[in-house]
Design a protein around this ligand. Sequence first.
Ligand code: PEP
Ligand code: MN
Length: 347
Amino acid sequence: MMVIMKPGHTREQFEDVMNRIKEEGLEGHPIVGVERTVIGVVGLDRLHPELADDLEVMPGVDTTVQISSPYKLSSREFKRDDTVVAVGPARIGEGTVTVIAGPCAVESEEQLMATARAVKQHGASLLRGGAFKPRTSPYGFRGLEEDGLKLLQQASRETGLPVVTEVMSENTVDLVARYADVLQIGTRNAQNFFLLEEAARTGKPVLLKRGMSSSVQDWLLAAEYILNKGNRDVILCERGIRTFETATRNTMDINAIPLVKELSHLPIIADPSHGTGKMKLVEPVCLGMVAAGADGLILEVHPTPEKALCDGAQSLTFDAFASVMASTAKVAHAIGKRMEREAAVTA
Ligand code: PEP
Ligand code: MN
């Protein structure tokens, strides 16, 4: 439920309401807006049937409203204004198109540094790269682990780009969080609820990919696990879902972009690299996702995709990345947006 405070309520009245919620063993999640203060109360509501009535008569409380969707803190009903996730100088969800780019996997110092410089030059706002790689086969390249994280840190220091990297297990959350600016939860772990809670606990922004078989509701409920731990910095990422289609790696669900924008206040970006699995499809799909309202893109870029240890078929060369940035900027302009690092994008 949401507790809506009266305009002009006092600090003391607000604290009294928060304490009353705590006494019930529930968590209060306040949002202090310009117009109104709302406190989200989540937990097993049915164990507290009288609570709404009790809260409504407290001084400073205007009313209580039930949130109808199963996800609460991630819903638009709870928070009307868009959430903006700040990462270093980047602001995801503020009305621009933020681009996260880099290799699928960190392979070597040379590969990462060259890619980091190139994506920075062409207008990326954040650097991506996997140090722990979830591979379908145990015989695939599984990442450089901590050495990879150190290289990401080095690339970040040189370019000034914050780093997004995947965390795959609860016991490596603290290690990854020491080096990462944003923790990525991959599609295979999108409903690994203990991992989501551990990642939330670090206080770092979490980039939550959509599970390959997750409905939009499953996905928003997964985000709820992070928000409910008090971490508000969740970035959703549509990366394609599994369907009967085998001609492409996944089926990019463009519907999810405007739908999630309606249902949730969280920023949503798109991953046409994993969504298509094919380098030639990445550019047109970027355009579609941005036209549909995506707040950004995450893209795989490699100096020599034919030699990549992971996901070479979908990786962009530096030139192809520059071209994607230029054409994406045109679509962004057509819908009244700008690229986050507009000045770096060359037409
Ligand atoms: C990745 O970003 O490299 C990755 C493994 O993504 P996903 O979890 O979407 O497959
Ligand atoms: Mn990949």
